[in-house]
Design a protein around this ligand. Structure first.
Ligand SMILES: [Zn+2]
Length: 104
């Protein structure tokens, strides 16, 4: 499988597709020049399947999304066991208060 960095292909390539062929997501912030890698499987635990080009990441450093670039690739054999990957450690449920106005 060749590298798939073309945005045209990524508009048709889904998280499920990426998971099936063993792709990892490489998310880079062009402003901070930071790169994080994610497994499609982890992303599918927190959202519905979608195409890679529709994924929106926010940079954890600068909090902006405008400079984020997402690519996919298959890690080479030599990278296995060495490549840092950001894994989903858990899902925290957040309680949000809902208010309504009444008369006493
Ligand atoms: Zn950034």
């Amino acid at each position: 499988m060749p590298e798939m960095n073309h945005s045209k292909k990524l508009s048709r390539w889904s998280l499920e597709d990426a998971r099936e062929v063993g792709h990892i997501l490489v998310v880079r912030c062009g402003l901070c020049n930071t790169t994080r890698r994610y497994l499609p499987d982890d992303i599918l635990k927190i959202r519905k399947n979608t195409t890679i080009s529709r994924l929106r990441f926010i940079c954890l450093e600068c909090n902006k999304r405008d400079y984020m670039d997402v690519a996919v690739y298959v890690p080479s054999r030599s990278e296995i066991g060495k490549l840092p990957v950001r894994r989903l450690a858990g899902i925290k449920e957040v309680k949000v208060p809902v208010w309504r106005d009444e008369t006493l």
